[in-house]
Write a protein that binds this ligand. Structure first.
Ligand code: 13P
Ligand code: SF4
Length: 437
């Protein structure tokens, strides 16, 4: 375990570069991450190096064209000067949002740092910002576009920054699943007024899926309010269809007392999801077969090793981790929960954290009074978050200074209207906290 004393030491990019050139000890899952992200902008199939590099990128996913040479060839100091100059010219007409999982080299330029929902909400509260530069992934930029005014433009600095988990549930497969469920159960409410199925989508999903939920009596959830949202859904329906993350769905429903036998896994490639009618009949939560490759890396063996090496360590994992990992941890919660738990702990606490490495190392640097380390000793960031680099931030900001909006993420208003319904239902649900495992 390393206690990181400052931001420079916390940088995942520096650690990977150091491992690559032999100046730092350690291991990374993808030494190619030491190269600039624009190397993979043209033609490399998949998500690029990092935790989701082996996931299947759907056909038609947005791709990023070649970044102009001015930005590819600039060093960090030049990029910093250009970003500062552009920011000075643009003033509060632009806001830069940085997701917790972004590399520190990007976070240093962010006006707001937070989870996906906090950032979308922050953008909505900045009506003077004509442009929101969203340093996160595609579904987050879409959500910001849905929640902000029509005159505000949301920009994703690298269009290839998607989310492999969000891509595991596409609108066509979800509509096919829905048709099969309606064929089996109908769509009329029963004697108690409960409809057969309520669709619930995790925030980590396309705008089309949020719109699907809005149009079909469903709702959106985040990792901080999943239990309150499931309670909302159970008050209105017999069952929930939960997508795309099976783990968040399973961990949340299990904590609410739903037996595992009533949470079948829907495989979009099989007829009826590969499930028997009786399994679907008795289901309380039908889980979509999606997962996060970053959080899938955490294991019970890592937790055991952390406890053996650091007696008394507090193990906190994200609910996108597998059920076995969540069960073995002391606590689980959203990124915001993890950050707040660390901030509230007495000095001298030790934490083993199961979430994305950029956030863990930043927390370790911000709270040197604690021992904070990632459960996974291999440095393996979210590949898609890692596609954003200061060079792209400089490119989009200088574009704005010249009156050019590049990489705009604009959700069709018909889709946005239905998606807003599902998001507003979520906003009306009381927030919940996360329980100890
Ligand atoms: P948040 O909802 O906490 O922003 O997390 C997003 C995410 O991608 C988790 O893997
Ligand atoms: Fe998607 Fe996982 Fe990356 Fe989050 S960490 S953006 S869920 S791939």
């Amino acid at each position: 375990m390393t206690v990181l004393k400052d931001r420079a030491e916390a940088s995942v990019a520096r650690a990977i570069a150091g491992i690559g050139n032999g100046t730092l000890a350690g291991e990374t899952c993808a030494p190619e991450l030491a190269a600039a992200p624009w190397i993979v902008d043209l033609g490399v199939p998949g998500y690029g190096p990092g935790a989701s590099k082996n996931d299947v990128l759907p056909a038609g996913s947005p791709s990023q064209g070649q970044l102009p040479a001015r930005y590819r060839e600039a060093d960090d100091a030049e990029l910093g000067e250009w970003i500062a100059a552009a920011r000075a010219r643009l003033g509060d007409r632009v806001a830069v949002m940085g997701h917790f999982y972004q590399r520190d080299e990007v976070i240093q330029y962010a006006d707001f740092v937070g989870d996906s929902f906090q950032l979308a909400r922050a953008a909505r509260e900045l009506p003077r910002a004509e442009a929101i530069v969203f340093c996160g992934v595609h579904f987050m930029a879409e959500t910001a576009d849905i929640l902000t005014g029509p005159e505000q433009r949301v920009i994703l600095p690298n269009l290839a920054a998607g989310c492999s988990m969000a891509d595991m549930a596409d609108i066509d497969s979800v509509e096919e699943c829905w048709e099969q469920l309606v064929e089996l159960f109908g769509d009329a409410p029963d004697a108690e007024g409960l409809v057969p199925v309520i669709p619930v989508t995790y925030m980590n999903s396309s705008a089309a899926l949020k719109a699907f939920c809005g149009a079909h009596g469903g709702i959106v959830c985040t990792s901080s309010n999943a239990q309150a949202v499931l309670e909302w859904a159970f008050a209105r329906g017999r069952r929930v269809l939960f997508f795309p993350d099976q783990h968040l769905g399973r961990n949340t429903a299990k904590a609410m007392g739903v037996p595992l036998a009533q949470m079948p896994l829907w495989n979009p490639r099989g007829a009826h999801g590969g499930l028997a009618d009786a399994e679907l009949e008795s289901a309380r939560v039908i889980l979509w077969n999606g997962f996060c490759s970053v959080h899938k890396r955490f294991s019970v063996a890592q937790i055991d090793a952390a406890r053996a090496a650091h007696p008394g360590v507090r193990v906190i994992v994200h609910p996108e981790c597998s059920m076995e990992v969540v069960d073995a941890a002391d606590e689980y919660g959203s990124t915001d929960y993890i950050a707040k738990a660390i901030a509230a702990a007495p000095a001298g606490s030790a934490f083993a954290i199961g979430t994305e490495i950029n956030l863990v190392r930043r927390l370790a640097a911000e709270f040197p009074q604690h021992e904070i380390f990632c459960l996974d000793s291999v440095i393996c960031p979210c590949s898609t978050m890692y596609r954003i680099h200061p060079a792209y931030v400089a490119w989009v900001l200088e574009g704005l200074v010249e009156g050019r909006v590049v990489n705009r993420i604009a959700v069709d208003e018909r889709v946005a209207a239905d998606a807003r319904v599902a998001l507003e239902r979520m906003l009306a649900v009381r927030p919940d906290t996360t329980m100890a495992a």
